[in-house]
Design a protein around this ligand. Structure first.
Ligand code: SAM
Length: 404
């Protein structure tokens, strides 16, 4: 039986993601290790004697890459069947450089979300969020519906579910979904697995030990913490696509126009008490689509709580996409337009201004310049990090939006 086009492309994306995990070791040896061993070999005998330990150090780098690769092989062993992939990696679609880059960088994301090493950076937001939730929702938390879009590896969603709220994590990237699912559903004990997330980066190290440092994950026993309470669910797909209104947003790569999806969007209207965005809103090509979506999915009186920087992901992206209007009832398409992915990078103040004057939001709290790392090696000696904004907006009952 032929699969519909959408299903085929999802299948290809899954295969490319799985294949990028499969080829992690070859890629790193080729791109990271080999140039350095060649550099070492190119040194004069005299210079080699100045840093005689260097070759051992490179061997240690290779061992760390090997260990990370074992993590990915274990993941594949567990996930290939679950995701309905064929068992022969040679038959999977070929990953591109972006896929491979994600497979390397997601090791930092694992440390950010699931290691004690990064608990301090996670707490920057978690402490603020917890204060608000404790004051507003002291009881009956199971009845409070929370949505976490751009959930990454789902740590924040797990933390909110641990506080007793019914939590839905939404994520679009198969890299994130596969790794997150592996970490959460494999019955891992606290600190059971070691990874080497900092091994791929050769700058900003105080010493070599810090680059080669093992980070243990997960920092909690996840299944014990969630304890079969049924408080956490994961939804795969683009946030505006699944939770946005059927009007006011143009059809695009991240917002489709099938009758099936239009029906899901209509059903999701006014269903959530809280939308919690963490390092997410700057992932938008059109941040107004995110505002429309948050406004659509929140119940009247519901809250949007946001934390993160304004490092717009598409700011430097030269690519375009086709956007178009469509009839929300028939799906008929008009006004197709070649649209740059970059070009709508609204600031903190712009967003709060439009949210509170053109959308039905009231500003409850607003803060800026909260410094935070992001998957940062705590021994890093650079000044890297972000100045984050934090706000709480409430969807106001007297400014109700009638989108379908
Ligand atoms: C910078 S990461 C933040 C992850 C997590 N919230 C955290 O704080 O660690 C942004 C996440 O948003 C996801 N994302 C980007 N666009 C999305 C969309 N349209 N719908 C859902 N998720 C999206 C990315 O795949 C990525 O996992």
């Amino acid at each position: 039986m032929d699969l519909p086009e959408e299903a085929i492309s999802d299948q290809v994306l899954l295969e490319r993601t799985a294949n990028s995990f499969y080829h992690y070791k070859d890629f790193c040896l080729q791109e990271i290790w080999k140039p350095r061993i060649l550099k070492w070999k190119s040194l004069s005998t005299y210079q080699k004697q100045l840093i005689p330990w260097y070759e051992d150090y490179l061997n240690n780098i290779r061992d760390c890459i090997e260990s990370n690769s074992i993590f990915y092989m274990n993941l594949l062993e567990k996930c290939v069947g679950i995701w309905g992939l064929g068992s022969d990696p040679n038959k999977w679609a070929t990953p591109n450089n972006v896929d491979m880059g994600k497979t390397v960088s997601i090791l930092n994301q694992i440390a950010r979300e699931w290691s004690a090493d990064c608990s301090e950076e996670r707490d920057r937001f978690l402490a603020l969020l917890k204060d608000f939730l404790d004051s507003k929702f002291p009881h009956d938390r199971r009845d409070v519906k929370v949505l976490v879009p751009g959930a990454g590896l789902a740590r924040l969603a797990v933390d909110i579910a641990r506080m007793g709220f019914s939590t839905e994590a939404n994520e679009v990237s198969y890299h994130m979904i596969m790794v997150g699912q592996f970490i959460m559903d494999s019955g891992l004990q606290k600190d059971q697995v070691g990874i080497y997330p900092f091994v791929h980066s050769f700058s900003h190290h105080l010493n070599r030990r810090e680059q080669l440092r093992r980070v243990n994950i997960p920092d909690i026993n996840i299944s014990e913490e969630l304890g079969g309470k049924g408080l956490l669910s994961m939804v795969t797909g683009s946030f505006p696509d699944l939770y946005g209104p059927n009007t006011n947003i143009k059809q695009s790569d991240s917002y489709s126009n099938s009758a099936y999806i239009r029906e899901i969007r209509a059903r999701n209207r006014s269903t959530k008490d809280l939308v919690v965005t963490n390092f997410f809103i700057d992932t938008a090509s059109n941040v107004l689509d995110y505002l429309e979506t948050i406004s659509h999915v929140l119940k009247d009186g519901g809250y949007w709580i946001n934390f993160g920087p304004f490092m717009y992901h598409f700011e430097q992206d030269p690519q375009t996409e086709i956007t178009a209007d469509f009839n929300p009832y028939t799906g008929e398409v008009s006004n197709m337009f070649v649209t740059p992915l970059k070009g709508l990078e609204l600031s903190h103040e712009d967003i709060l201004s439009v949210a509170s004057t053109k959308f039905p939001f009231k500003i409850i709290h607003e803060q800026s310049h909260i410094s935070s790392g992001y998957g940062t090696n705590k021994m890093d000696i650079s000044m890297q990090g972000y100045q984050c904004s934090f706000w709480i907006l409430q969807k106001s009952c007297d400014k109700v939006n009638n989108n379908i």
